[in-house]
Ligand binder design. Structure first.
Ligand code: PNS
Length: 159
């Protein structure tokens, strides 16, 4: 059984993330979407809120589960029996750092990294830009799954 992980901060998950999850779900027997718990970096959404959103938007894929991890990703992969890390690549600018991480991770354990090209229509989307635009009143409704858009509106209204 091939088990892959899609790791990230997902603060919040975007339609670009969702596109990657669906394509990874079609490629591997089992997929874990894993949210990094990083106490040093406070996000807009609490980790629990991100987990809830991720569970809702991936509910249509029975082979996808959602989890958290802290520390090294390779240690999480070893503990869970995960052999493949999947990363979406939006542009060449993503490649340098992603290649560095993939090579570091492969050197630490035997874990492989697979890169999936982001769908062209999503290549400009990032969680941080979406938050920035939404904070100043820009329309990001087409960049987020509906449940995430609703949660972002509520979050910004309450902060
Ligand atoms: O969504 P992000 O913030 O770009 O995700 C980055 C993430 C979580 C995939 C990356 O920072 C990571 O794997 N962090 C875990 C710590 C770790 O393993 N660091 C060594 C990487 S070579």
């Amino acid at each position: 059984m091939t088990h892959a992980v899609c790791p990230g901060s997902f603060d919040p998950p975007t339609v670009g993330h969702l596109d990657i999850f669906g394509r990874v779900a079609a490629l591997f027997d089992r997929v874990t979407v894993a949210v990094l718990v990083n106490p040093a970096k406070k996000g807009l959404f609490q980790v629990d809120e991100r987990l809830q959103m991720l569970r809702e938007i991936t509910a249509g894929w029975p082979n996808v589960t959602v989890d958290t991890f802290s520390g090294l990703l390779v240690d999480y992969c070893s503990a869970q029996g995960i052999g493949v890390i999947v990363k979406g690549l939006r542009a060449v600018s993503d490649f340098d750092y992603e290649l560095q991480m993939a090579q570091m991770n492969a050197g630490l354990t035997q874990v492989e990294t697979v890169f999936l090209p982001t769908a062209p229509g999503y290549s400009f989307i990032s969680s941080s830009l979406v938050k920035q635009v939404a904070t100043y009143g820009g329309d990001v409704s087409h960049l987020l799954p509906p449940v995430v858009f609703t949660a972002l509106q509520a979050k910004l209204a309450s902060s």
